[in-house]
Design a protein around this ligand. Structure first.
Ligand SMILES: [Zn+2]
Length: 105
């Protein structure tokens, strides 16, 4: 797999600030492209840290189309287009980057 794809994955999590600075975003799961302001779902906050600015900064965007935490913003410097998202998608499903959920005890 290309290293730049691996590097780009870093920007699909804890990317609140990055998405705020982006105009266009794309999803590596469903390969849809959408404006950053369509993103309304975020993960990472709960009752204990919702007032913590550092925690707010570490929220992860959820795709407005498919709900997956695989959103890349153009502020990352990576191209937001179908071709790039497709190669990210291939990498996503081919490899290692997704840690499997821990089995329930
Ligand atoms: Zn999606």
């Amino acid at each position: 797999m290309n290293n730049h794809l691996l590097a780009a994955y870093r920007y699909t999590s804890n990317n609140w600030a990055l998405i705020q600075g982006s105009k266009l975003c794309g999803c590596c799961n469903c390969v849809e492209i959408f404006p950053a302001d369509e993103i309304v779902g975020w993960t990472g906050l709960d009752m204990n840290n919702m007032d913590d600015p550092a925690a707010i900064d570490k929220q992860t965007a959820m795709c407005p189309r498919c709900g997956t935490e695989a959103v890349l913003g153009d502020k990352s410097g990576y191209p937001i287009n179908a071709q790039f998202l497709s190669s990210m998608n291939e990498a996503w499903f081919q490899q290692t980057i997704i840690r499997p959920a821990k089995p329930k005890a």
